[in-house]
Ligand binder design. Sequence first.
Ligand code: ATR
Length: 277
Amino acid sequence: MNNDLYAVVGNPISHSKSPRIHSLFAAQTGEPVEYTAIQAPLDGFADTVTGFFDRGGCGLNITVPFKEQAWAMAAKRTWRAKKAGASNTLFMDAEGQLNADNTDGAGLVADLLRNHGVTLAGKRILILGAGGAVRGVVGPLLAEKPQTLVIANRTPAKARVLADLFAEDAGDTRLSGCGFEQPTEVFDLVINGTSASLQGELPPLSSAVIGPDTRVYDMMYSPETTPFNRWALDNGAITAIDGLGMLIEQAAEAFAVWRGARPDTAPIIEAMRDTVG
Ligand code: ATR
């Protein structure tokens, strides 16, 4: 019997770790999955997606710069994709309709809760950034019922817009948006969702947000400690986690959406850590 076809679509795509991760998932679960990487032309994303499903493809992961386009072209969206405004997971349903999901936030929450034992309920959380990456995780973070969620961004107005967008999902959580200079109290968890590290820069944050029990999480990952995590550790954070676990958990969540089977991620994270350092 032929394997079911899946792929990740992006531009560029050659450095994507998704084919390796999903091959490991397939081997572990015994699911008949074949997973490749497809580079779509910058002006040809929709044709690439349509062509893939026309050839009998079962599901796609979507990465930079196409997540918003994937979201826009879907006929249906899951709750967590709706507010995210972007999709990293597409699949065709039994009626032949294209569905958009977003597993990034679930991936972050799963990594924090399951792999690092960081609980979020009742906690004070600060998240840095207000771009697509942060928008994708705010809904699932709020679903964990933190006491406070402060969104701080270089452009404060964008943080406020995001806080307004999610106000209806906040429940009892105190949700607000501001600039980097505003938070000066200690948080339980500080998440870096900016792309500042790509330029080797640090968000200009007061070290007063870091207390002796503060954990930090950088949604980026690299073989060396990221600049943000280094800064936090130097200022007394108890733990600094990078985003490799989030990458693997969002993939596991997508695999579960497609196959109905969630891989055991611990051995996969270990295997992948060995290859990123
Ligand atoms: P992504 O999909 O990675 O979120 P994005 O939507 O372009 O990409 O958002 C990038 C985020 O990183 C934004 O919050 C951006 O701040 P602005 O909204 O003020 O542009 C933030 N960012 C990028 N470079 C930064 C830097 N050098 N210092 C601080 N924040 C930065």
